[in-house]
Design a protein around this ligand. Sequence first.
Ligand SMILES: [Zn+2]
Length: 91
Amino acid sequence: MHGHTSPPSPQFDCAVFATHLDAILDGESDAVTSARAEAHVDACPLCRQLMASALRYKQMMRRVGDHMRASGSLRDTVLATMRGVRGSRTR
Ligand SMILES: [Zn+2]
């Protein structure tokens, strides 16, 4: 048995970043979380990419919202947009 238990690490890793990403982009996360996310993105190119594409996706969804009023077909528009996002991200 170990007489020493380490406290839960407050480390801001990729999993934590992904959890908070949505709130951060919506401006709903607290200042501490935002600052930590910024620091993480700074050090992690993977999450930088994730955040960039998530941001682009959100902007697109906002634009889709305008289109929906015109077309009236919510599902088709969303599906087409999602397909477009996936298709444009070939690696
Ligand atoms: Zn990361």
